[in-house]
Design a protein around this ligand. Structure first.
Ligand code: ADP
Ligand code: MG
Length: 323
């Protein structure tokens, strides 16, 4: 086989690429599994050149829309078959989205004549049993609804609901702070062996430690930006790329005064955050994660759309955040 091995150097810089769950859903007419494969394929197509360039890559992904679909499907089928607890729904999406990303990456490496191991790992992430978010759900999941529809679910099904960044109403679930990635040593080992690793999908399956050290799942969806940041810091990543459904971070987002940001430093970014420019549950967790990563020694955060990913990182059209 006339193949080109990337021969990923174990000391080459590590890049964490977080793929947005919302970026895998193009629009309301393109939400099914085949559409998600296509969207994953487009993202994979743009990730391969980054690997080809010689970077080590760890991919993480969100699951906001998809985990809500799985949960809704389970609830709608409750008269026919057992329901699926939320933590298991997260694990289901790690499998399904992990497969879509892994397979489309493998196919893309093959097309580009490269030999590259790709592994999607079921990942558990420890949270605090008493995390305040269990009492105040903030993570939007599933499809968008009208306010009226959302109010009906609130009344009939006990859903916690909220408006999501001017885009419509959604169901909200708890989103505790990620503290520890259970599989971190395995992830490090796989990266060292040269594999491209897909981990912490959907923010990781939320688990708590019991006093005897055993793990138990908890009904929540960790924000993937926070979990990705934790991994990026633990693994000493150099660059943290967040691939989402807007090309740039904006001030006064969604208003006539909207201004897109090409580049900002930590101090500017923190000021904008304090001024309330970034909506909770969507852009805010990305910005908070970006700040945390840069303050822990990361060199750069880039927030952009999947089709703008590029091997020349400085040339990526998006928002670049630097120390
Ligand atoms: P992902 O699945 O990629 O995490 P999110 O929906 O969580 O996507 O976050 C991206 C969304 O953040 C955008 O689609 C946009 O609606 C919203 N958003 C909120 N505030 C801002 C802002 N200041 N600039 C840009 N986008 C913003
Ligand atoms: Mg998000």
């Amino acid at each position: 086989m006339n193949s080109f091995s990337t021969d990923m150097q174990t000391d080459s810089p590590l890049i964490v690429i977080a793929i947005g769950g919302n970026s895998l859903i193009k629009d309301r007419e393109h939400m099914d599994v085949l559409d998600q494969y296509r969207a994953a394929g487009e993202t994979s197509h743009h990730i391969v050149p980054i690997v080809k360039k010689g970077y080590r890559v760890l991919v993480t992904h969100g699951n906001g829309p998809q985990v809500g679909f799985v949960l809704l499907r389970s609830e709608l089928a409750r008269d026919v078959i057992h329901q699926v607890p939320l933590a298991n729904c997260v694990a289901d999406t790690q499998g399904s989205i992990g497969l879509q990303i892994a397979q489309t990456l493998q196919n893309e490496f093959l097309r580009q004549g490269m030999q590259q191991e790709v592994v999607a790992l079921v990942t558990q992430v420890v949270v605090e049993e008493q995390d305040p978010s269990f009492g105040e759900p903030s993570k939007p999941i599933g499809p968008f609804m009208s306010e009226e529809e959302a109010r009906q679910h609130e009344f009939n099904d006990g859903w916690v609901i909220g408006e999501d960044a001017g885009r419509g109403w959604r169901r909200l679930v708890a989103s505790p702070t990620p503290l520890e990635v259970i599989e971190i040593a395995a992830i490090r080992g796989l990266l060292q062996s040269g594999a491209l690793v897909i981990a912490a999908g959907g923010g990781g399956v939320p688990v708590v430690y019991k006093p005897d050290g055993t793990l138990r799942p908890r009904p929540a969806v960790i924000d993937k930006d926070a979990a990705s940041c934790l991994l990026a810091c633990e693994l000493d990543a150099e660059v943290f790329i967040i691939s989402t459904d807007v090309d740039k971070v904006a001030l006064n987002y969604g208003t006539p005064e909207q201004v897109n940001i090409d580049r900002m430093n930590v101090a500017e970014c923190r000021r904008y955050l304090d001024e309330g420019h970034f909506a909770p549950g969507s852009m805010r967790p990305k910005i908070e994660s970006a700040l945390k990563f840069l303050e822990s020694g990361g060199k750069e955060v880039i927030i952009t759309q999947p089709h703008k990913l590029h091997a020349e990182l400085h040339a990526i059209d998006g928002t670049h955040i630097v120390p």
